[in-house]
Write a protein that binds this ligand. Structure first.
Ligand SMILES: C=CC1=C(C)c2cc3[nH]c(cc4nc(cc5[nH]c(cc1n2)c(C)c5CCC(=O)O)C(CCC(=O)O)=C4C)c(C)c3C=C
Ligand code: FE2
Length: 460
């Protein structure tokens, strides 16, 4: 787990002025040794300095770890209007990382291309990396019609950008209520605003990176952090910006309680509350991520479910529960059990009432609105389940946003300057070689698809 995370350390950073704070108050910046109370975070050198402490009760689980904070004074040159008055103030930036989604049907194929071109999504052996982009082009083109249908059925695009912007605004207000002036920025991995768009000139002197994924996966938080790392690497000045990265936060008491609140509320809609099966449905990842690459996602997901169920038990709610994984893509094996198969089995076993709980994401998105609310609901009803309910995503629930604000504040003392890493600059270094690889790769990708039609069927 640590190996997987430490290889996704971040470098230096500079941020865009998308949102200016009204409250600029002064902090004295100094080297300090303070406890970092985020559940699992690393400083900018990518060191994970504490873990989930699974044996602690919920209310104590956040109070772990220590790190050394080496915050520095202003790194960026000040503009002429600001240069005299604000030299010593602390200006915190919070960077929310999220996946992004197509805003129109026209965006679907290029969005899918960006996703499949990510080497953390399709993990090819080094020798075959030159196939990445041609394969991405091919798979995105083949999958786009099906994806478009899905996005069309939820209104013609993903709601992710709007919801994430709302969460950013709510987080800024929650931080202000706690007397912390911060600019909150949004960086999407596969659609606008891309990380590159978020990372522009702004005058912050400390950054907290907060992925909006409760559990860490190489394919989500890991991938977004790697992109940041590549962006910071180039800039010597920015690489000195103190940065703290919150790697995962599913074990925070505030998150667990907010999830339990939603479940408790939704259970009230059933006639016989005790008979309802609480059915957690998490986005899957290919098995190889966990087995071979050390992705902690499965362990963290199971721990997360355990914590939510413990919280419900403490409230006298003792319903049965089940965890399954949804949204698999492609011909490889994904984490099991699969949501669709479990729903059929539960129906056969005589389960009559089921409450679906999306658990790997904190916004509504295509996989809640289309896959769960439409596909899985229909399958469940066909399989004999009579009463269906679904817990909404956390969105801007105030207890949840307040807890995220606490996570940011607790992570701030651990911010430290970054180290650098290498990146794949193949195009810039050798455009001719790059073009040859693209051509050869496209040809090979077509051959693979012609030779293995079953592969194509798995993608679309
Ligand atoms: C924790 C959440 C997520 C993990 C882990 C994850 C891994 C992962 N996803 C794909 C392929 C696709 N994901 C798609 C959409 C999508 N994925 C997540 C979250 C996780 N993905 C979200 C929230 C969304 C929806 C975004 C939106 O627009 O609302 C899609 C596109 C939709 C579709 O065509 O089904 C694909 C494809 C892989 C391969 C993967 C792990 C390797
Ligand atoms: Fe996904």
């Amino acid at each position: 787990m640590d190996a997987a995370m430490s290889s996704y350390a971040v470098s230096g950073l500079n941020i865009s002025q998308s949102n200016t704070s009204k409250f600029r108050h002064k902090f004295s910046l100094r080297a300090c040794e303070l406890p970092c109370r985020s559940s699992l975070c690393s400083n900018a050198n990518g060191r994970t300095f504490h873990n989930s402490h699974l044996d602690l009760p919920i209310q104590n689980r956040n109070l772990v770890g220590k790190t050394f904070c080496a915050a520095e004074a202003w790194i960026h040159p000040l503009s002429s209007t600001e240069s005299h008055s604000h030299v010593e103030e602390e200006k915190v930036g919070v960077l929310l990382l999220n996946l992004g989604g197509p805003e129109t049907l026209h965006d679907v194929q290029p969005f899918l291309y960006n996703l499949f071109a990510d080497p953390d999504i399709i993990r090819l052996p080094r020798l075959f990396r030159f196939l990445q982009r041609p394969l991405a082009k091919l798979i995105s083109t083949l999958r786009a019609p099906k994806s478009k249908e899905g996005y069309a059925s939820i209104g013609g695009g993903s709601p992710l950008r709007k919801i994430t912007d709302e969460q950013a605004d709510a987080l800024k207000l929650a931080l202000e209520a706690k007397k912390v002036a911060a600019n909150v920025y949004v960086a999407m991995r596969y659609w606008h605003p891309f990380t590159e768009e978020a990372i522009k000139q702004d005058k912050i002197n400390k950054l907290v990176v907060l992925p909006l994924y409760p559990q860490y996966s190489i394919s989500t938080t890991g991938s977004s952090v790697r992109v940041l790392q590549d962006l910071f690497r180039e800039d010597k000045i920015l690489s000195r910006l103190p940065v703290a990265i919150i790697q995962s936060w599913y074990q925070r008491g505030g998150y667990v309680k907010s999830m339990a609140d939603l479940i408790e509320k939704e259970l009230q809609n059933f006639a016989s509350t005790e008979e309802v099966m609480i059915f957690f449905s998490a986005h899957g990842v290919p098995v190889t991520y966990v087995r071979d690459a050390g992705d902690p996602y499965k362990d963290q997901m199971e721990d997360c479910i355990y914590l939510i169920m413990q919280e419900l038990k403490a409230r006298g709610i003792n319903n049965d529960h089940k965890l399954a994984y949804q949204s698999r893509v492609g011909p490889v094996q994904w984490l099991k059990p699969y949501t669709d198969e479990v729903l059929v089995d539960l129906g056969k076993q005589g389960v009559k009432s089921l409450l679906a709980v999306p658990v790997s994401f904190v916004s509504e998105h295509i996989e809640t609105l289309e896959e769960i609310d439409m596909e899985y609901k229909e399958l469940a009803l066909e399989s004999g389940i009579e009463n269906w309910g679904r817990v909404p995503a956390l969105g801007c629930t105030s207890t949840f946003i307040t807890d995220l604000a606490d996570a940011v504040i607790e992570a701030m003392p651990s911010a430290s300057a970054m180290t650098t890493s290498t990146t794949d600059g193949s195009f810039n270094q050798d455009p001719v070689g790059y073009a040859i690889k693209m051509l050869l790769g496209s040809f090979l990708a077509f051959v693979v698809l012609l030779a293995f039609p079953a592969f194509k069927n798995q993608i679309v």
